[in-house]
Design a protein around this ligand. Sequence first.
Ligand SMILES: C[S@@+](CC[C@H](N)C(=O)[O-])C[C@H]1O[C@@H](n2cnc3c(N)ncnc32)[C@H](O)[C@@H]1O
Length: 243
Amino acid sequence: MAAQDIAPPLLTRDRLDEVEGWFFAADVFLFDWLLAHQRAQGICGDLLELGVYKGKSAILIGFHAADGERFTVCDLFDAGEAPDDSTATEMRVYYPTLTRQVFEANYLRFHRRLPTVIQSSSSGITTHVPERSCRFVHIDASHLYHHVRVDIAAARQLLTEDGIVSLDDFRSPHTPGVAAATWEAVLTIGLKPVVLTENKLYGTWGSPNDVRDTLADRLATHPTLWGVTEDVAGHTLLRVHSR
Ligand SMILES: C[S@@+](CC[C@H](N)C(=O)[O-])C[C@H]1O[C@@H](n2cnc3c(N)ncnc32)[C@H](O)[C@@H]1O
């Protein structure tokens, strides 16, 4: 066997911190917990991430794709692919060193195969992913209101009955468009908020009770995170904080 035929060993998930990105401890825990909880409940389905940057959260999601579950990611990767001037500006300001090659190289340090990669605006994702096929959708692409509300509508169409959507940056001062689109979805199209962290809101169009209450029990013994429930606009959600 030639030396170039021997695949290098894969990195284990505890090396995720070596990948540059915006994906923090509480959400790493929640992605792992929610995706494993779905499996334990017999909930199957595909996985989708809108906005991968250099792959930090995608790499973690990839560890949860079971046999037969497809993992799709979507990113512009290049300002030249942006659908409008405001997105091109956002790309140049926040992601000047991003390329598709960087994402793919990072991903292949942890996994033998790439997910299905769609290089285009997230607004077209429903033409690539079948309706009602996904158990988990992570929305972390554009921060602009008119794009995020389209991404949320896509998640609603693509999620299975008890599927979960995670919305990044739903409360950051530099992303008011995400906040507006997120709470608009809660108030007008039936998104039920289940869990909040400092960075992400997790919701469902299915039943929130089992997942919220089981997670609250788990957090009661967690060494670094704690949770408290709060009623907001007719929904009981779980706020998760660091100790
Ligand atoms: C905040 S980063 C994603 C962070 C990543 N999930 C992580 O864990 O580090 C946002 C990504 O969304 C991409 N993006 C921005 N606007 C987009 C759009 N309209 N459609 C698709 N991708 C977009 C950017 O290229 C960037 O890679």
